[in-house]
Design a protein around this ligand. Structure first.
Ligand code: NVA
Length: 371
């Protein structure tokens, strides 16, 4: 049955079919959390964020919210239904019987927490202590979907204990250096151990019957095995990008645009021995264009490769950040219509256009693209 704006239905099997309903994050009350093992391993060693924590400056929160509100309006004008999370108080500490941290993170970006697979939305385990309760920002929406859509499956992965046993102490040193980090990444030695299943939703890309999952800082092998057992009708593939010294979240590294076409970060190429399923089925993996910026904006966790963190609206239309002129030009050459979105001043809140959204409904069914 065709989608109707008057009826809530959760369904999305891939990253590119026509988007009808989406969640866009909010910058409300976002915090830079205090030091903790998994977070420290991710903050680049030369970053302006090292050693500071607390609520983000109000003017940056207001500016990010202005951009996120504008993006939501842009989507609504194109006929997409847009929902927004309800912020909890992120200044509250997180205390469990196993750990304590003095503040939380925010209600950005939803893509990190919520994984939509078909009629299901799954809350990820998360691997940072400060993000342990982040699902609460989305619970009012998930409750609403559950009440309005009788086929909606609201699932939550087992909450991890996140004791010190979850983290390799080698990563806790302030100065490791990129050479050592790259060596460790090549050996698949990441900050998270195999103590218990861990995954962030943003390490997963959906290709219909296939789920492609990055093994790195935020998702361990047990997390991938948990996904495999949880989605028995899917094929779950583990991928690595050894060129990335800070491997978290796949969506500034590997970006499917439509069936048969994927952008890959040229500094983080998919290794030859992991390309088989794509090559056998005639998929093209092309290097993404260079970012337009040499550095990320202030107080930003992400790299300049948010340039390729795009939101596909349908297989011919893609949202690209307004200042990312090289990425837009490449999209044009690849035959995609580009919708420009001003978002750079919100990057510091956890990412770009793909990150700051989570799918609720896309047209299309679960297809097998890699038979
Ligand atoms: N690993 C990523 C995260 C972006 C969503 C980066 O390039 O910073």
């Amino acid at each position: 049955m065709a989608w109707s704006p008057d009826k809530t239905e959760v369904k999305s099997w891939n990253e590119w079919d026509t988007l009808r309903h989406v969640i866009v994050g909010r910058a409300d009350d976002c915090h830079i959390p205090p030091e903790e093992p998994a977070l420290d391993a991710k903050v680049p060693e030369d970053s302006d964020m090292r050693g500071q924590w607390g609520r983000r400056p109000q003017e940056t929160i207001d500016r990010a919210n202005e951009l996120l509100d504008n993006f939501a309006d842009q989507l609504r004008k194109r006929g997409v239904r847009v929902d927004r999370p309800v912020s909890i108080d992120h200044s509250q500490p997180v205390t469990t019987p196993d750990f304590h941290t003095d503040s939380q993170f925010g209600c950005m970006p939803p893509r990190d927490v919520l994984l939509t697979v078909g009629h299901e939305m799954l809350e990820a385990t998360m691997s940072y202590r400060c993000r342990w309760f982040e699902y609460l920002n989305y619970r009012p929406l998930l409750k609403q979907y559950w009440e309005e859509d009788p086929n909606f499956r609201h699932e939550a992965a087992p909450k991890p204990r996140l004791t010190d046993a979850d983290y390799h102490p080698d990563y806790l040193s302030e100065k490791i250096g990129d050479a050592k980090r790259l060596e460790w990444a090549a050996e698949k030695f990441f900050v998270t151990t195999e103590e218990e299943p861990l995954f962030d939703a943003a390490d997963v890309l959906r290709f219909g019957k296939d789920l492609v999952v990055q093994h790195g800082f935020t998702t361990n092998l047990k997390g991938i095995e948990w996904l495999r057992r949880h989605f028995p009708d899917h094929r779950v593939h583990t991928v690595n990008f050894p060129g990335d010294p800070y491997p978290i979240h796949i969506d500034a590294t590997f970006t499917p645009l439509r069936p048969g076409l994927i952008l890959n970060n040229p500094q983080r190429r998919l290794p030859e021995d992991q390309r088989g399923m794509f090559e056998k089925n005639g998929w093209e993996i092309v290097d993404a264009a260079q970012p337009a910026h040499n550095t990320p904006p202030p107080l930003c966790y992400s790299s300049t490769w948010l340039s390729m963190n795009v939101l596909v609206l349908d297989p011919k239309t893609v949202c690209v950040e307004k200042s990312e002129v090289y990425q837009a030009e490449q999209m044009d050459k690849l035959g995609m219509e580009v919708v420009e979105v001003d978002l750079r001043d919100a990057y510091a809140f956890g990412g770009g256009l793909h990150c700051c959204t989570a799918d609720v409904y896309r047209d299309g069914e679960c297809e097998d693209y890699f038979p």
